[in-house]
Design a protein around this ligand. Structure first.
Ligand SMILES: *[C@@H]1O[C@H](CO)[C@@H](O)[C@H](O)[C@H]1NC(C)=O
Ligand SMILES: *[C@@H]1O[C@H](CO)[C@@H](O)[C@H](O)[C@H]1NC(C)=O
Ligand SMILES: CC(=O)N[C@H]1CO[C@H](CO)[C@@H](O)[C@@H]1O
Length: 516
């Protein structure tokens, strides 16, 4: 046994060891520069900015979503849009895989002009008193923001709001093999058939090459028009600055996404916004506690407003849920005085994660936004998913493959098909079992996603931009990267060998014929 003295000394040893092993990062001045008004993209990373300020860093957040309560060491600059234009979701859904890429480009360019020319932005860009040790930017349609890294002579971190698409991974030289890694907006997942692989290859090539000629020049224009400072004329080309990003944090997780190769400098941090559930408001708590038959939570998030949907589709949803014996908590503000059956409770907003954590919740009817999926997986709730646009289809498709939910195609939906999906998920225990399996996988991580994100941000600070995380292939051009030069030589050599063999054999045969 340990003597008391030994115990003492081993205690001091451990203290010493902890002190030596805990690497201290000095407080840094961090700039978050994601001006586009894309709320769900911002919301996914906002917990990180807050956490960094709690840990003593001075965080300056240039975004369209200032906090409503001040936090120490967290300074908001913005917003840059005078009024958020509310888009009717039906404009977004009628798109195929090619028009959706074009719309993305158009949207990015338009929004960028709006935010960068805003008075608040001009004031911030012209102020000369700022200096930053690190710059974080968003990857969706705002490539020019990478110039802020050059402006402040600071390393840059990418924040990717969903699984990396080719427009982003190409700069990092991250493999995004078209045969099995689906584009986030392509409506497919898992084993792709021939047509799907063809579509995936076309979107992939558009993003790899076509985009560089149509879209990137526009981003450069925005950059050169608005991000000017002393020495900006001599900054590296936009492409090189994008190659030179130190770290990419991805709001995604292999448990709810696709298994694919990453570089060390690409880190999945999906689920940063998940907090331990808070207690519910009294009325909700009472309703949930009393629901002996269970509760269904029905919400299509902030972008999809049920009132925008075609009347007949809304009617399908309402007809089905009113017939159920479960209590239904429905995120919807009815337009006119509709009379709903007693099991329905409506409201403009609900604490989604706290509701999903209640043991009586049996089903979540969702549009399949990434954060909703993360919250359902976290709470092991089965899903009926009705995807509308962007990555929603892919998200739900993966849910269906993993066996804890059903996808309902909105355009083909009938009262019968929606009702069947809801009843099947409610009655078949297998969906709940698979939700629990998936939840376990999602939670089994060496550190919490938020801690992991903070660790890597501080890692870049501690290691002077962490040059070593960047791919060693960045020096190569496409010809070298895909070994086209080597392949040509090998083909020529093989041809020569076959040709010489042919000559020798021909010669031998003709000799034989002559001597015979
Ligand atoms: C923290 O950031 C704010 C806003 O950018 C800045 O005004 C302030 O000087 C910074 N504080 C320190 C100690 O650097
Ligand atoms: C790449 O980024 C580092 C900071 O991480 C910077 O020192 C270097 O100058 C950059 N190089 C180019 C070519 O932009
Ligand atoms: C880095 C930095 O600005 N830290 C500040 C965070 O906020 C506390 C309290 O307001 C200051 O004392 C720190 O200097």
């Amino acid at each position: 046994m340990f003597s008391p003295k030994m115990r003492h000394s081993s205690f001091f040893c451990s203290v010493l060891c902890i002190a030596a092993c805990t690497i201290v990062t000095r407080a840094a001045n961090i700039l978050v520069f994601m001006p586009l008004p894309l709320k769900s993209h911002f919301r996914g990373f906002q917990p990180l900015f807050e956490e960094l300020s709690h840990r003593g860093h001075n965080v300056t957040v240039v975004s369209s979503f200032p906090l409503d309560r001040p936090i120490n060491n967290y300074t908001d600059i913005g917003p840059f849009i005078n009024k958020e234009r509310v888009r009717n979701v039906m404009e977004l859904v009628n798109m195929n895989f090619i028009t959706s890429a074009q719309l993305k480009w158009k949207l990015g360019i338009q929004l960028s002009e709006t935010v960068m020319s805003h008075e608040n932005m001009k004031k911030f860009l012209q102020s000369s008193s700022n200096s930053f040790d690190l710059v974080m930017i968003e990857t969706f349609c705002q490539e020019y923001t990478v110039a802020m890294g050059h402006k402040f002579n600071a390393p840059v971190i990418n924040l990717a709001p969903a699984m990396l698409w080719v427009s982003v991974s190409k700069w990092l030289h991250l493999p995004s093999t078209f045969s099995y890694i689906p584009d986030v907006c392509l409506q497919t997942a898992g084993d792709m058939d021939f047509v799907e692989r063809l579509k995936n290859t076309i979107t992939g090539l558009m993003q790899s090459y076509v985009e560089n000629y149509i879209y990137l020049p526009k981003m450069k224009e925005v950059m050169n028009k608005y991000i000017t400072y002393e020495g900006w004329e001599s900054r590296p080309p936009l492409e090189h600055m994008l190659n030179n990003v130190s770290l990419t944090l991805v709001n995604s997780n292999y448990a709810i996404g696709v298994a694919r190769p990453y570089l060390q400098g690409v880190v999945e941090v999906g689920g940063m916004h998940l907090k331990t559930p808070k207690s519910l408001p009294e009325n909700l708590q009472t309703i949930l506690d009393a629901a002996d038959e269970g509760v269904i939570f029905f919400s299509f998030g902030t972008v999809v407003n049920l009132n925008d949907l075609p009347k007949e589709k809304l009617k399908i949803f309402l007809n089905v849920v009113q017939k159920l014996k479960q209590k239904v908590i429905l995120k919807w503000v009815p337009k006119d005085n509709v009379k709903l059956s007693k099991n329905i409770m409506t409201g403009s907003w609900f604490p989604q994660n706290d509701i999903l954590a209640h043991p009586n919740v049996r089903l979540f009817i969702t549009h399949g936004g990434l954060h909703s999926i993360e919250e359902t997986v976290n709470n092991a709730i089965p899903i009926v998913g009705v995807p509308f646009f962007a990555d929603q289809y892919l998200n739900i498709k993966i849910v269906e493959q993993q066996g804890y939910g059903k996808l309902v195609n909105f355009f083909e939906m009938t009262e019968e098909s929606f009702e069947n999906a809801v009843k099947e998920v409610l009655s078949n225990a297998r969906f709940k079992e698979m939700a629990m399996v998936q939840s376990q996988v999602f939670k089994d991580q060496p550190m919490k996603p938020l801690d992991r994100a903070v660790y890597w941000v501080e890692y870049v600070l501690r290691n002077g931009g962490a040059e070593h995380l960047k791919s060693d292939s960045l020096e190569l051009n496409d010809l070298q990267y895909f070994l086209l030069d080597v392949s040509v030589i090998i083909l020529v050599l093989t041809g020569l060998i076959i040709w010489s063999c042919y000559l020798i054999v021909a010669k031998c045969i003709s000799k034989k014929l002559n001597t015979a």
